[in-house]
Design a protein around this ligand. Structure first.
Ligand code: SAH
Ligand code: SF4
Length: 390
Protein backbone atom coordinates (compact mmCIF):
# COMPACT_ATOMS: atom_id res chain seq x y z
CA UNK A 1 0.00 0.00 0.00
CA UNK A 2 1.40 3.38 -0.86
CA UNK A 3 1.28 6.16 1.69
CA UNK A 4 1.31 9.90 1.14
CA UNK A 5 4.97 9.95 2.12
CA UNK A 6 5.81 7.34 -0.52
CA UNK A 7 4.02 9.37 -3.16
CA UNK A 8 5.88 12.46 -2.17
CA UNK A 9 9.20 10.67 -2.43
CA UNK A 10 8.27 9.25 -5.80
CA UNK A 11 7.27 12.68 -7.05
CA UNK A 12 10.51 14.07 -5.76
CA UNK A 13 12.51 11.39 -7.52
CA UNK A 14 10.74 12.01 -10.79
CA UNK A 15 11.38 15.70 -10.47
CA UNK A 16 15.06 15.17 -9.85
CA UNK A 17 15.40 12.92 -12.88
CA UNK A 18 13.41 15.23 -15.14
CA UNK A 19 15.48 18.15 -14.03
CA UNK A 20 18.73 16.47 -14.89
CA UNK A 21 17.55 15.40 -18.37
CA UNK A 22 18.38 18.91 -19.58
CA UNK A 23 22.00 18.15 -18.92
CA UNK A 24 22.19 14.94 -20.92
CA UNK A 25 25.56 13.57 -22.09
CA UNK A 26 26.30 13.03 -25.82
CA UNK A 27 24.55 10.13 -27.56
CA UNK A 28 26.34 6.82 -28.14
CA UNK A 29 26.30 7.44 -31.90
CA UNK A 30 29.29 9.22 -33.43
CA UNK A 31 29.11 11.64 -36.36
CA UNK A 32 30.34 8.87 -38.70
CA UNK A 33 27.48 6.60 -37.64
CA UNK A 34 29.54 4.21 -35.54
CA UNK A 35 28.42 3.51 -31.97
CA UNK A 36 30.36 3.66 -28.75
CA UNK A 37 30.17 0.29 -27.00
CA UNK A 38 31.61 1.42 -23.67
CA UNK A 39 28.81 2.37 -21.32
CA UNK A 40 26.18 0.13 -22.90
CA UNK A 41 24.57 -2.57 -20.78
CA UNK A 42 24.90 -6.19 -21.84
CA UNK A 43 21.34 -6.11 -23.16
CA UNK A 44 22.10 -3.03 -25.23
CA UNK A 45 25.17 -4.67 -26.73
CA UNK A 46 23.09 -7.72 -27.63
CA UNK A 47 20.60 -5.42 -29.37
CA UNK A 48 23.37 -3.60 -31.25
CA UNK A 49 24.76 -6.92 -32.43
CA UNK A 50 21.32 -8.14 -33.48
CA UNK A 51 20.96 -5.01 -35.57
CA UNK A 52 23.98 -6.07 -37.64
CA UNK A 53 22.88 -9.71 -37.76
CA UNK A 54 25.14 -11.13 -35.05
CA UNK A 55 24.17 -13.60 -32.35
CA UNK A 56 23.84 -12.76 -28.63
CA UNK A 57 26.82 -14.91 -27.56
CA UNK A 58 29.11 -12.40 -29.27
CA UNK A 59 28.14 -9.89 -26.59
CA UNK A 60 29.76 -12.09 -23.96
CA UNK A 61 32.95 -12.23 -26.01
CA UNK A 62 32.99 -8.50 -26.56
CA UNK A 63 32.30 -7.83 -22.91
CA UNK A 64 35.31 -9.89 -21.92
CA UNK A 65 37.61 -8.06 -24.33
CA UNK A 66 36.33 -4.62 -23.46
CA UNK A 67 36.04 -4.86 -19.70
CA UNK A 68 38.29 -7.71 -18.66
CA UNK A 69 41.16 -7.25 -21.09
CA UNK A 70 40.80 -3.51 -21.60
CA UNK A 71 40.99 -3.87 -25.40
CA UNK A 72 40.22 -0.79 -27.49
CA UNK A 73 41.02 -2.35 -30.83
CA UNK A 74 38.89 -5.08 -32.42
CA UNK A 75 41.93 -6.51 -34.20
CA UNK A 76 43.33 -7.58 -30.81
CA UNK A 77 40.32 -9.80 -30.14
CA UNK A 78 41.93 -13.12 -30.94
CA UNK A 79 38.83 -15.19 -30.19
CA UNK A 80 36.97 -13.39 -32.97
CA UNK A 81 37.70 -14.20 -36.65
CA UNK A 82 39.22 -11.46 -38.79
CA UNK A 83 36.15 -10.78 -41.01
CA UNK A 84 33.95 -10.24 -37.96
CA UNK A 85 36.61 -8.06 -36.33
CA UNK A 86 36.46 -5.86 -39.41
CA UNK A 87 32.69 -5.80 -39.45
CA UNK A 88 32.61 -4.78 -35.78
CA UNK A 89 35.15 -2.03 -36.40
CA UNK A 90 32.97 -0.67 -39.19
CA UNK A 91 30.00 -0.33 -36.85
CA UNK A 92 31.42 0.29 -33.40
CA UNK A 93 34.20 1.91 -31.42
CA UNK A 94 35.58 1.20 -27.96
CA UNK A 95 36.53 4.66 -26.85
CA UNK A 96 38.24 6.42 -24.01
CA UNK A 97 38.08 10.02 -22.90
CA UNK A 98 41.16 11.87 -24.12
CA UNK A 99 43.68 12.71 -21.41
CA UNK A 100 44.13 16.42 -22.21
CA UNK A 101 46.50 16.85 -19.27
CA UNK A 102 48.11 14.51 -16.76
CA UNK A 103 49.89 15.81 -13.66
CA UNK A 104 51.64 13.74 -11.02
CA UNK A 105 52.06 15.15 -7.53
CA UNK A 106 55.22 14.90 -5.44
CA UNK A 107 53.21 12.41 -3.33
CA UNK A 108 52.49 10.27 -6.45
CA UNK A 109 48.85 11.28 -6.71
CA UNK A 110 48.00 11.61 -10.38
CA UNK A 111 45.37 13.96 -11.78
CA UNK A 112 43.87 13.54 -15.23
CA UNK A 113 42.02 16.22 -17.11
CA UNK A 114 39.76 14.20 -19.35
CA UNK A 115 38.22 15.70 -22.46
CA UNK A 116 35.05 14.07 -23.73
CA UNK A 117 33.71 13.86 -27.27
CA UNK A 118 31.91 17.20 -27.13
CA UNK A 119 34.99 18.94 -25.76
CA UNK A 120 33.71 19.20 -22.17
CA UNK A 121 36.21 18.30 -19.47
CA UNK A 122 36.26 16.76 -16.01
CA UNK A 123 39.02 15.68 -13.65
CA UNK A 124 39.84 12.25 -12.25
CA UNK A 125 42.42 11.52 -9.56
CA UNK A 126 44.35 8.35 -8.80
CA UNK A 127 45.46 8.17 -5.18
CA UNK A 128 47.98 5.41 -4.55
CA UNK A 129 48.03 3.90 -1.09
CA UNK A 130 51.46 4.43 0.38
CA UNK A 131 51.52 1.27 2.46
CA UNK A 132 49.91 -1.12 0.06
CA UNK A 133 50.40 -1.83 -3.57
CA UNK A 134 46.98 -0.48 -4.49
CA UNK A 135 44.98 2.68 -4.63
CA UNK A 136 41.72 4.48 -5.29
CA UNK A 137 40.44 6.17 -8.41
CA UNK A 138 38.40 9.26 -7.61
CA UNK A 139 35.83 9.68 -10.34
CA UNK A 140 33.72 12.65 -11.42
CA UNK A 141 30.00 12.27 -12.08
CA UNK A 142 29.22 15.68 -13.53
CA UNK A 143 30.98 18.54 -15.30
CA UNK A 144 30.55 21.21 -12.62
CA UNK A 145 27.88 20.93 -9.92
CA UNK A 146 24.45 22.43 -9.27
CA UNK A 147 25.12 22.66 -5.56
CA UNK A 148 27.29 25.46 -4.31
CA UNK A 149 28.88 24.23 -1.11
CA UNK A 150 30.80 27.22 0.17
CA UNK A 151 34.09 25.42 0.76
CA UNK A 152 34.22 23.55 -2.57
CA UNK A 153 36.02 24.66 -5.73
CA UNK A 154 33.80 22.51 -7.97
CA UNK A 155 30.82 24.35 -6.50
CA UNK A 156 32.06 27.57 -8.12
CA UNK A 157 31.63 26.00 -11.56
CA UNK A 158 27.98 25.87 -12.61
CA UNK A 159 26.68 22.53 -13.82
CA UNK A 160 27.64 22.11 -17.47
CA UNK A 161 26.18 18.65 -17.89
CA UNK A 162 25.92 15.16 -16.52
CA UNK A 163 28.53 12.60 -17.47
CA UNK A 164 27.20 9.56 -19.30
CA UNK A 165 27.80 5.98 -18.17
CA UNK A 166 30.46 5.67 -20.89
CA UNK A 167 32.28 8.70 -19.56
CA UNK A 168 32.08 7.55 -15.95
CA UNK A 169 33.38 4.04 -16.67
CA UNK A 170 35.73 5.59 -19.23
CA UNK A 171 37.53 7.63 -16.56
CA UNK A 172 38.35 4.45 -14.67
CA UNK A 173 39.39 2.56 -17.80
CA UNK A 174 41.58 5.40 -19.06
CA UNK A 175 43.23 5.67 -15.64
CA UNK A 176 43.94 1.94 -15.82
CA UNK A 177 45.41 2.40 -19.30
CA UNK A 178 47.76 5.00 -17.88
CA UNK A 179 49.21 2.43 -15.46
CA UNK A 180 49.07 -0.53 -17.85
CA UNK A 181 46.67 -2.07 -15.37
CA UNK A 182 44.89 -4.74 -17.38
CA UNK A 183 45.43 -8.48 -17.02
CA UNK A 184 48.69 -9.60 -18.53
CA UNK A 185 48.70 -12.43 -21.07
CA UNK A 186 49.80 -14.68 -18.19
CA UNK A 187 46.57 -13.81 -16.40
CA UNK A 188 47.96 -11.69 -13.56
CA UNK A 189 45.18 -9.53 -12.24
CA UNK A 190 45.47 -5.78 -11.83
CA UNK A 191 45.82 -4.53 -8.29
CA UNK A 192 46.77 -0.90 -8.34
CA UNK A 193 43.49 0.54 -9.49
CA UNK A 194 41.16 -1.56 -7.41
CA UNK A 195 38.91 0.90 -5.60
CA UNK A 196 36.51 3.56 -6.84
CA UNK A 197 35.43 6.58 -4.90
CA UNK A 198 32.71 8.70 -6.45
CA UNK A 199 34.15 11.80 -4.87
CA UNK A 200 35.24 13.86 -7.84
CA UNK A 201 33.36 16.68 -9.48
CA UNK A 202 29.60 16.75 -9.17
CA UNK A 203 26.86 15.24 -7.06
CA UNK A 204 26.51 11.58 -8.09
CA UNK A 205 22.95 11.30 -6.81
CA UNK A 206 21.85 14.12 -9.11
CA UNK A 207 23.05 11.96 -12.00
CA UNK A 208 21.85 8.70 -10.57
CA UNK A 209 20.85 6.84 -13.73
CA UNK A 210 24.23 7.24 -15.39
CA UNK A 211 26.18 6.58 -12.20
CA UNK A 212 24.14 3.46 -11.49
CA UNK A 213 24.62 2.13 -15.00
CA UNK A 214 28.36 2.76 -14.82
CA UNK A 215 28.68 1.06 -11.44
CA UNK A 216 26.65 -1.93 -12.64
CA UNK A 217 29.17 -2.26 -15.46
CA UNK A 218 32.24 -2.07 -13.21
CA UNK A 219 30.72 -4.58 -10.77
CA UNK A 220 29.91 -7.13 -13.50
CA UNK A 221 31.78 -10.31 -12.60
CA UNK A 222 32.91 -11.03 -16.15
CA UNK A 223 34.44 -7.62 -16.68
CA UNK A 224 36.20 -5.25 -14.33
CA UNK A 225 34.53 -7.16 -11.49
CA UNK A 226 34.98 -4.71 -8.64
CA UNK A 227 33.08 -5.75 -5.56
CA UNK A 228 30.50 -3.30 -4.21
CA UNK A 229 32.67 -3.14 -1.13
CA UNK A 230 35.36 -1.47 -3.19
CA UNK A 231 33.09 1.34 -4.35
CA UNK A 232 32.15 4.35 -2.23
CA UNK A 233 29.61 6.90 -3.32
CA UNK A 234 29.81 10.29 -1.66
CA UNK A 235 26.75 12.50 -1.48
CA UNK A 236 26.03 15.90 -0.05
CA UNK A 237 22.69 14.44 1.05
CA UNK A 238 20.12 13.89 -1.72
CA UNK A 239 17.91 11.99 0.69
CA UNK A 240 15.38 10.32 -1.66
CA UNK A 241 18.12 9.00 -3.91
CA UNK A 242 20.13 7.57 -1.02
CA UNK A 243 17.44 4.96 -0.47
CA UNK A 244 17.52 3.99 -4.09
CA UNK A 245 21.30 3.79 -4.30
CA UNK A 246 21.36 1.60 -1.20
CA UNK A 247 18.78 -0.84 -2.48
CA UNK A 248 19.83 -1.02 -6.10
CA UNK A 249 23.62 -0.70 -5.90
CA UNK A 250 24.52 -1.52 -2.31
CA UNK A 251 27.80 0.35 -2.52
CA UNK A 252 29.45 1.99 0.47
CA UNK A 253 28.05 5.37 1.37
CA UNK A 254 29.90 8.51 2.36
CA UNK A 255 27.90 11.51 3.49
CA UNK A 256 29.23 15.05 3.37
CA UNK A 257 27.89 16.24 6.70
CA UNK A 258 30.27 19.11 7.55
CA UNK A 259 27.95 20.79 10.09
CA UNK A 260 25.77 19.54 12.91
CA UNK A 261 23.28 22.40 13.15
CA UNK A 262 20.84 23.29 10.39
CA UNK A 263 21.61 26.97 10.63
CA UNK A 264 25.26 26.45 9.70
CA UNK A 265 24.68 23.58 7.29
CA UNK A 266 22.07 25.64 5.42
CA UNK A 267 24.83 28.11 4.77
CA UNK A 268 27.79 25.91 3.88
CA UNK A 269 25.93 22.98 2.24
CA UNK A 270 22.90 24.77 0.76
CA UNK A 271 21.20 21.46 -0.13
CA UNK A 272 20.46 21.26 3.60
CA UNK A 273 17.62 23.73 3.12
CA UNK A 274 15.88 21.01 1.17
CA UNK A 275 16.98 17.96 3.11
CA UNK A 276 17.80 19.06 6.65
CA UNK A 277 20.05 17.21 9.04
CA UNK A 278 17.30 15.16 10.74
CA UNK A 279 16.09 13.78 7.40
CA UNK A 280 19.64 13.10 6.26
CA UNK A 281 20.50 11.20 9.41
CA UNK A 282 17.25 9.22 9.17
CA UNK A 283 18.21 8.19 5.63
CA UNK A 284 21.59 7.05 6.93
CA UNK A 285 19.93 4.99 9.65
CA UNK A 286 17.93 3.08 7.08
CA UNK A 287 20.70 2.78 4.45
CA UNK A 288 20.45 -0.91 3.53
CA UNK A 289 24.11 -1.59 2.85
CA UNK A 290 25.32 -0.26 6.21
CA UNK A 291 26.49 -2.75 8.82
CA UNK A 292 29.28 -3.05 11.32
CA UNK A 293 31.47 -4.46 8.59
CA UNK A 294 30.50 -1.74 6.13
CA UNK A 295 30.13 1.50 7.97
CA UNK A 296 28.82 4.78 6.64
CA UNK A 297 31.53 7.41 6.38
CA UNK A 298 30.60 10.86 7.58
CA UNK A 299 32.85 13.39 5.91
CA UNK A 300 33.53 16.49 7.90
CA UNK A 301 35.67 19.27 6.47
CA UNK A 302 37.53 21.10 9.23
CA UNK A 303 36.94 24.84 8.85
CA UNK A 304 38.78 27.00 11.32
CA UNK A 305 36.44 28.70 13.79
CA UNK A 306 33.36 27.64 11.82
CA UNK A 307 32.49 24.02 12.59
CA UNK A 308 35.43 22.73 14.62
CA UNK A 309 34.50 23.35 18.28
CA UNK A 310 34.27 20.70 20.96
CA UNK A 311 30.52 21.40 21.19
CA UNK A 312 30.26 20.57 17.48
CA UNK A 313 32.08 17.30 18.06
CA UNK A 314 29.75 16.37 20.93
CA UNK A 315 26.67 17.19 18.87
CA UNK A 316 28.06 15.11 16.02
CA UNK A 317 28.36 11.98 18.14
CA UNK A 318 24.88 12.56 19.53
CA UNK A 319 23.47 12.80 16.00
CA UNK A 320 25.05 9.63 14.69
CA UNK A 321 24.71 7.52 17.85
CA UNK A 322 23.78 3.96 16.91
CA UNK A 323 24.69 4.22 13.22
CA UNK A 324 27.48 1.88 12.08
CA UNK A 325 29.73 4.76 11.11
CA UNK A 326 33.13 6.31 11.01
CA UNK A 327 33.94 9.99 10.80
CA UNK A 328 36.47 11.17 8.26
CA UNK A 329 37.90 14.54 9.26
CA UNK A 330 39.13 16.42 6.19
CA UNK A 331 41.48 19.34 6.71
CA UNK A 332 40.15 22.11 4.51
CA UNK A 333 42.02 22.32 1.20
CA UNK A 334 42.58 25.81 -0.13
CA UNK A 335 41.81 26.85 -3.68
CA UNK A 336 42.17 30.20 -5.44
CA UNK A 337 39.78 32.61 -3.72
CA UNK A 338 38.53 30.13 -1.12
CA UNK A 339 36.82 31.82 1.84
CA UNK A 340 37.99 29.59 4.72
CA UNK A 341 41.07 28.49 6.59
CA UNK A 342 41.79 24.99 7.77
CA UNK A 343 41.39 24.21 11.48
CA UNK A 344 44.42 24.23 13.73
CA UNK A 345 46.04 20.89 14.45
CA UNK A 346 44.99 21.12 18.10
CA UNK A 347 41.35 21.76 17.15
CA UNK A 348 41.43 18.76 14.83
CA UNK A 349 43.02 16.60 17.54
CA UNK A 350 40.44 17.62 20.14
CA UNK A 351 37.58 17.04 17.73
CA UNK A 352 38.94 13.64 16.72
CA UNK A 353 39.40 12.61 20.36
CA UNK A 354 35.77 13.36 21.26
CA UNK A 355 34.51 11.37 18.29
CA UNK A 356 36.89 8.53 19.09
CA UNK A 357 35.87 8.45 22.77
CA UNK A 358 32.28 7.98 21.66
CA UNK A 359 33.35 4.79 19.88
CA UNK A 360 33.64 5.99 16.29
CA UNK A 361 36.87 5.75 14.40
CA UNK A 362 37.85 9.29 13.40
CA UNK A 363 40.73 9.24 10.94
CA UNK A 364 42.03 12.56 9.70
CA UNK A 365 42.26 12.40 5.92
CA UNK A 366 45.79 13.11 4.76
CA UNK A 367 45.59 15.71 2.02
CA UNK A 368 46.85 14.20 -1.23
CA UNK A 369 47.96 16.00 -4.35
CA UNK A 370 47.48 19.52 -2.99
CA UNK A 371 50.42 20.77 -5.11
CA UNK A 372 48.50 19.93 -8.30
CA UNK A 373 45.05 20.93 -6.97
CA UNK A 374 44.00 17.30 -6.84
CA UNK A 375 42.89 17.12 -3.20
CA UNK A 376 39.26 16.93 -2.01
CA UNK A 377 37.24 19.91 -3.12
CA UNK A 378 39.95 21.37 -5.37
CA UNK A 379 38.74 20.00 -8.72
CA UNK A 380 37.42 22.37 -11.33
CA UNK A 381 37.66 22.69 -15.12
CA UNK A 382 37.23 25.49 -17.63
CA UNK A 383 34.16 23.87 -19.21
CA UNK A 384 31.12 26.09 -19.51
CA UNK A 385 27.62 25.66 -20.80
CA UNK A 386 27.52 26.43 -24.51
CA UNK A 387 24.86 29.10 -24.09
CA UNK A 388 26.66 30.79 -21.24
CA UNK A 389 29.93 31.09 -23.14
CA UNK A 390 28.34 32.07 -26.46
N1 SAH B 1 29.36 15.99 -4.40
C1 SAH B 1 29.68 14.89 -3.57
C2 SAH B 1 30.96 14.25 -4.01
C3 SAH B 1 32.19 15.12 -3.84
S1 SAH B 1 33.17 14.33 -2.67
C4 SAH B 1 29.76 15.33 -2.13
O1 SAH B 1 29.74 16.54 -1.91
O2 SAH B 1 29.78 14.49 -1.27
C5 SAH B 1 34.31 15.48 -2.22
C6 SAH B 1 34.39 15.61 -0.72
O3 SAH B 1 35.31 16.66 -0.44
C7 SAH B 1 33.07 16.02 -0.11
O4 SAH B 1 32.93 15.51 1.18
C8 SAH B 1 33.23 17.50 -0.07
O5 SAH B 1 32.34 18.09 0.82
C9 SAH B 1 34.66 17.63 0.34
N2 SAH B 1 35.23 18.95 0.05
C10 SAH B 1 34.75 19.88 -0.79
N3 SAH B 1 35.55 20.96 -0.79
C11 SAH B 1 36.55 20.70 0.07
C12 SAH B 1 37.72 21.42 0.45
N4 SAH B 1 38.00 22.62 -0.05
N5 SAH B 1 38.55 20.85 1.35
C13 SAH B 1 38.30 19.62 1.82
N6 SAH B 1 37.23 18.88 1.48
C14 SAH B 1 36.36 19.41 0.60
FE1 SF4 C 1 29.02 19.77 -5.40
FE2 SF4 C 1 30.02 18.04 -3.61
FE3 SF4 C 1 31.34 20.31 -4.20
FE4 SF4 C 1 29.06 20.40 -2.82
S1 SF4 C 1 30.99 19.44 -2.18
S2 SF4 C 1 29.62 21.74 -4.53
S3 SF4 C 1 27.88 18.75 -3.77
S4 SF4 C 1 30.92 18.62 -5.58
Amino acid sequence: MSTAADDLTEAERTRILAKTARFAPPAAQLADGRRELVGLSREEIIAELAAIGEKPFRAKQLWHWIYHQGATDFSRMSSIARPLQEKLAAHFIIGRPEAAEVQTSTDETRKFLFRFRDGQEAETVYIPDRQEDRGAVCISSQVGCTLSCRFCHTGTQTLVRNLGAAEIVGQFMAARDSYGEWPSPRGETPRLLSTIVLMGMGEPLYNYENVAKAMTIVMDGEGIALSRRRITLSTSGVVPMMDRAGTELGVNLAVSLHAVRDELRDEIVPLNRKYPIAELIAACRRYPAASNARRITFEYVMLRGINDSEADARELVRLIAGIPAKVNLIPFNLWPGSPYETSTQSAIDRFAAIVMDAGFSSPVRTPRGRDILAACGQLRTESRRARASA
